[in-house]
Design a protein around this ligand. Structure first.
Ligand code: SF4
Length: 298
């Protein structure tokens, strides 16, 4: 392995080790603003108290440089790899894995990863196919962007997929999203971000739903028709009365984000992925020479 590749591996490992802990401790500003706005507009006494407690929880985590929630989640990374980035994705994966492991040992963090059948703990938040890494490849670029989105189980357990038929149309999509969130109640620690993936195939719709929850709170899809559906669902979801922690109130969700893909003429897949109020994410840009720039709010 050449020196530059070794240095790049080290840079990616360092970035992953930092991002995993940073994301767990210091939630993005857009999320802080959305939680404060939710607290201010909530009219139910119980709901307001829940949102005040969440705000206080975040302040204490800041003051004590501690985690915003005990569930350190499953480590998920989104990578945008430039075609000229001089480290192969196989080596990037190894470095992300090493960084996840290092963060878990050094902090230390709770280790959540287990074998899916035996339930035996597999080590330091790594295991077979864990961490989970999603890849995008970017032409005419030599950088690497890494976003760490640790996902707690309470909200991940509230993931739903329905293969609607085309005749169900947009109405069917709305109905499924509403049924999913009302059915989830307080389990995914609301209010959070509802990610919706529509189109593609069954697996891709769920991938898109997950990608949607990793966007900054309140951002809108660039396609105006999709953005309109995001607004409509946001309004409808907040009319359900589920409220903070499912205890009733005006604020059930902070935002609804949709990602979409074209699909087969006889398909209409809809996936829902809930992101709890602790919508943790942190990003880094790594240059081809190994310089790291961190960005909390990307
Ligand atoms: S769902 Fe989110 S806020 Fe609730 S316990 Fe899990 S990580 Fe924490």
């Amino acid at each position: 392995m050449s020196a530059v590749v070794t240095d790049l591996s080290q840079a990616v490992e360092d970035a992953a080790a930092h991002l995993y802990v940073w994301a767990l401790k210091d939630i993005p500003q857009d999320l802080r603003d959305a939680l404060a706005a939710a607290r201010d507009r909530e009219t139910s006494t119980t709901g307001k108290r829940v949102l005040e407690t969440i705000t206080r929880n975040v302040e204490i985590a800041d003051d004590e440089r501690n985690l915003v929630c005990q569930d350190t989640g499953i480590a998920v990374y989104y990578c945008r790899v430039g075609e000229g980035f001089p480290l192969h994705p196989a080596r990037i994966y190894d470095a992300l894995r090493a960084g996840t492991e290092r963060a878990t040992v050094e902090h230390p963090l709770r280790s959540n990863t287990v074998h899916t059948l035996t339930r035996e703990n597999t080590g330091q938040n790594v295991g077979f196919r864990v961490p989970i890494v999603h890849w995008d490849f970017v032409p005419d670029w030599d950088g690497l962007d890494v976003k760490c989105v640790p996902k707690g189980s309470g909200s991940e357990n509230m993931s739903f997929l329905k293969m609607c038929v085309p005749a169900d149309g947009v109405r069917g999509i709305k109905q499924f999203v509403l049924e999913s969130i009302v059915g989830a109640g307080g389990k995914p620690c609301p209010p959070g971000i509802v990610g919706v993936g529509i189109g593609g195939s069954a697996d891709y719709a769920m991938h898109l739903a997950k990608e949607a929850i990793a966007r900054p709170v309140g951002t809108r899809n660039p396609d105006p028709e999709v953005a309109q559906l995001e607004d409509e669902l946001y309004e409808l979801l907040n009319e359900t009365g589920v409220g903070p922690m499912g205890l009733g109130g005006d604020v059930t969700v902070l935002s609804c984000h949709i990602e979409h893909a074209d699909t087969h003429m006889t398909l209409n897949p809809v996936a829902v992925n809930y992101q709890c109020w602790a919508a943790r994410r942190a990003s880094a840009h790594i240059s081809s020479s190994g310089d790291i720039e961190y960005e909390r709010d990307a």
